[in-house]
Design a protein around this ligand. Structure first.
Ligand code: NAD
Ligand code: WQD
Length: 342
């Protein structure tokens, strides 16, 4: 299968590129390096011993994307490209709506013009909103999002579903696969690729990693007065290579099927903030320093997946647990203390 990964130089895209190549598929990547580096793709090639067709491109640039798609004619597009920082989206909503929604509209226009039918989209558990009770199942109604980033995912899901519906039953019927990720963490086991956030990390695992490696003094735990066993929030942390392998199965599934299908990509197991701090301390060989701080606005207490549908339909389930997650995150962070910047 020929795949095109938009945003494929980013964190999840680069790991998916490895999994796709390892599964024997071909990979092209289109990325504008807004939040990534071509070095990640060089390392993907080093890990797999295979070539990637790499294009520097803004996925919202229609003529550039027509050129790339004409050259590649992929069997499946996996659309990772997007802006993803929750706090920044509150400060810059117009940029978030413009970038995230324009990239999706542009791809759909190009696909229509070229007769391409298959797209897998990076959605998020954030679309379940605040009122659904975990474990979240795909047939729950989508919720009310707490920030513009979340709404862009909510809207992009709707746009993709509407685009499929318009052609349903015709020869040109699309295959749309919406993947709702839970909390992707960890790194490829080689330690050559991993998450490389710019500036101060917003997310828990990169923050813990940077404390462990000495780049930051301590972690602030956002609240210990939640109604959970240790008072801290619980999440479904999924190893990025498990997530990557889920994309391989989703893309393969899309080839034989038309329609719109939604899959949770999670483990089904919740862990607290302090569980992750303790697991990381074991992996890196010393305790990770933390202090308890106030709750963070917009955080939900609990979020985890019911992961049955992906197992039943895609034959995929997460295999790696939090010990592997912390081991591989530590290998990446300790081997590349400044990320790709070094
Ligand atoms: P990332 O920032 O590492 O990767 C996104 C990539 O898209 C980057 O390489 C960036 O340069 C590129 N990009 C952004 N706008 C672009 C544009 N207009 N044209 C071309 N390239 C563009 O983020 P990630 O963590 O790998 O996330 C990938 C996707 O998964 C995103 O859509 C994100 O919203 C979604 N997602 C991520 C998480 C998470 O926790 N990491 C959770 C749920 C969903
Ligand atoms: C996890 C837990 C924090 C940092 C976000 C997005 C979501 C999705 C994944 C894209 C929470 C706590 C964190 C810190 C802490 N992204 N924490 N101290 O909020 O579950 O999800 O990333 O789609 O949309 O909202 O992930 O890693 O930020 O937080 O105590 O310095 O760690 O309060 O309980 P979150 P996270």
């Amino acid at each position: 299968m020929k795949t095109l990964l938009t945003g494929g130089a980013g964190y999840i895209g680069s790991h998916t590129a490895v999994a796709m190549l390892d599964a024997g598929h071909d990979v092209a990547v289109a990325d504008n390096y807004y939040n990534s580096s071509p070095e990640a793709i060089r390392r993907v090639e080093e890990i797999t011993g295979r070539k990637v067709s790499l294009y520097e491109a803004d996925v919202a640039d229609r003529s550039r994307m027509m050129e790339i798609l004409r050259a590649e004619m992929p069997d499946c597009i996996i659309h990772f490209a997007g802006l993803k920082a929750v706090g920044e989206s509150v400060a810059m909503p117009v940029e978030y709506y413009r970038n995230n929604i324009d990239t999706t509209l542009t791809l759909l226009e190009c696909m229509k013009e070229l007769g391409l039918t298959n797209i897998v989209f990076s959605s998020s558990a954030t679309v379940y909103g605040e009122d659904n009770i975990p474990p979240f199942t795909e047939n729950m109604p989508k919720g009310v999002c707490t920030n513009p980033y979340g709404w862009t995912k909510w809207m992009q899901e709707q746009i993709l579903r509407d685009a499929w519906f318009a052609g349903a039953g015709s020869e040109k019927e699309l295959s749309v696969v919406l993947l709702r990720y839970f909390n992707p963490v960890g790194a490829h086991e080689s330690g050559l690729i991993g998450e490389d956030p710019q500036g101060i990390p917003n997310n828990l695992m990169p923050y813990i990693s940077q404390v462990a490696v000495g780049r930051r003094d301590h972690l602030t735990v956002f609240g210990d007065d939640y109604d959970t066993p240790d008072g801290t929030c619980r999440r479904d942390y999924i190893h990025v290579m498990d997530l990557a392998e889920g994309h391989v199965r989703a893309a393969e599934y899309s080839l034989g099927n038309r329609g719109t299908e939604v899959f949770n990509l999670g483990t089904g197991n919740p862990y607290s903030v302090l569980d992750m701090v303790n697991a990381f301390g074991k992996a890196c060989g010393h305790p990770v320093k933390y202090e308890i701080g106030p709750r963070r606005a917009g955080d939900v207490q609990d979020s985890w997946a019911n992961a049955d549908k992906a197992k039943e339909v895609l034959g995929w389930e997460a295999k790696r647990g939090i010990d592997e997650i912390c081991r591989d995150a530590w290998k990446w962070q300790s081997g590349n203390p400044q990320g790709y910047g070094e």
